[in-house]
Design a protein around this ligand. Structure first.
Ligand code: ATP
Ligand code: MG
Length: 437
């Protein structure tokens, strides 16, 4: 993308309405703009990040055999009357009437709709287990939308649903999903910790929240340092093996971890002092096992091997995809701006032309830009070098290639690594090799 032709409205001033660093930086870097309270437009650079996060989450869902589908945002009230949640959900639900006066709602979650879809077509135990997911916008009319995309009213969620024939199968689905979550967060450069949680309006028996640490988090969290040492991508966990899943789940639940709501001060105090960790946390995911709550209420049953019928055991599993954009920034920034993990950066590199109009600079930049393709944001604007440096730091691309007139003539560029600030002078070829690595 050429910056001179991009909708990338960076701000020098700190917007007054933003209370936390990720919100400030998302506005200043031109990633999002608020269009109504708690509702945001994703501008091109921000949308790339959102897309990259969704891609990683999708890959890790596919890897455990969950099937992607897409359910609509608008749902009929009728389904929610069947489950008994229509009245109970309260003011967070956006209720709508169409021209025929039929009652609709903008989905805050999809347990009812997925149960309806399964009951329409799945009849036999032979068709289970199955897991499905979608990545879709939700609406919850939060009392106090705040912190930008972290607590929006419209937000993007990955929500998955599992259907099993019995409790033992459902527990495996739950553990498999937890493994997929830990792998997703690790790939996003985040250290997430699963913490036992209350089940809330979803209802049910077993639930974990996934918390990442950040000073601006909404809850106080306590955990064992053991979580800092686990590598989920390795660790030899095969998501298809019940034994591996049991070992993984054991590892996740045998170390102390709790939010303030569930904190047990005595158990925490029993840890060796050097293993006690305490801080603020942001909830980026939440998983639930709730048995037959919806399948029973909505009359979904399948036949079993002996000819009787059962209500399938269900779970639901959410990741806050749009909240993660803010959460990653909370976890990875400095005074100058965002520091994107390589895996989700909007662009791998900023290409800074320090003297547009200079034949050597223009020539070298154009050839680098052609080689980098979509991986680069080319700063071709008629601006002072200082402005370009500041914007590149603010936007947080992992690499910056700096092309000035002296270097361009000598066949050299400067390469800066955003995270460490390390700079080196090298040939354009060597710079490309490092960036495209
Ligand atoms: P919270 O406790 O933060 O209000 P929740 O428990 O109501 O969240 P869930 O129903 O568990 O949320 O939704 C799954 C995930 O969706 C959450 O873990 C969170 O990452 C994300 N999420 C929930 N509400 C919002 C929101 N208002 N804005 C952005 N993301 C949200
Ligand atoms: Mg939750």
């Amino acid at each position: 993308m050429r910056l001179s032709r991009s909708l990338l409205p960076t701000l020098k001033e700190t917007p007054a309405e933003a209370q936390i660093v990720s919100h400030r930086l998302m506005l200043r870097a031109g990633l999002v703009r608020q269009t109504a309270s708690g509702i945001y437009a994703w501008l091109p650079a921000g949308y790339r990040v959102l897309h990259n996060i969704a891609r990683i989450v999708r890959e890790e869902q596919d890897a455990i055999g969950a099937q992607e589908l897409l359910m609509p945002t608008i749902q009929p009230a009728e389904l929610w009357r069947e489950s008994g949640r229509y009245e109970g959900y309260g003011k967070e639900m956006l209720r709508i009437r169409d021209r025929h006066d039929r009652e609709l709602l903008y989905g805050p979650t999809n347990e009812e709709m997925i149960t309806d879809l399964f009951r329409q077509s799945v009849r036999s135990y032979r068709e289970l287990p199955q897991s499905v997911y979608h990545i879709q916008w939700k609406f919850r009319d939060e009392v106090r939308p705040r912190f930008g995309v972290m607590r929006g009213r419209e937000f993007l969620m990955k929500d998955a649903y599992s259907f099993d024939i019995d409790q033992a199968g459902a527990v495996l689905s739950y553990r498999r999903m937890m493994l997929s979550y830990m792998r997703s967060f690790q790939r996003l450069g985040l250290q997430a910790i699963p913490m036992a949680a209350d089940t809330g309006p979803i209802g049910g028996d077993l639930s974990h929240e996934f918390i990442i640490l950040a000073p601006t988090g909404e809850s106080q969290v306590f955990f064992d340092a053991a979580f800092e040492e686990i590598d989920y991508s390795q660790g030899g966990f095969d998501a298809r093996s019940p034994e591996d899943l049991a070992r993984f789940y054991g590892l996740m639940t045998s170390h102390y971890a709790a939010t303030d709501e569930k904190h047990d001060a005595a158990a925490f105090a029993a840890l060796a002092p050097e293993r006690r960790r305490e801080g603020r946390g942001i909830e980026v995911g939440h998983i639930f096992y709730f048995g037959t709550k919806y399948s029973r209420a909505m009359n979904f049953s399948v036949t079993t091997a002996d000819g009787s019928s059962v209500h399938p055991e269900m779970g639901s599993y959410g990741i806050g995809v749009s909240r993660l954009v803010g959460a990653v920034i909370e976890a990875s920034h400095d005074e100058a701006g965002i520091i994107w993990p390589d895996a989700i950066a909007p662009f791998r590199a900023a290409l800074l032309n320090l003297k547009p109009g200079d034949a050597a600079c223009d020539g070298l930049c154009e050839s680098l830009y052609a080689r980098l393709g979509g991986a680069a944001l080319y700063d071709d604007r008629e601006e002072r070098a200082g402005v370009k440096f500041n914007d590149a730091d603010l936007l947080g691309h992992p690499w910056q290639i700096i092309v000035g007139p002296r270097g361009a003539t000598a066949g050299k560029v400067e390469l800066k690594r955003r995270a460490s600030g390390a700079r080196e002078e090298l040939s354009p070829e060597a710079a490309l090799a490092k960036i495209l690595g």
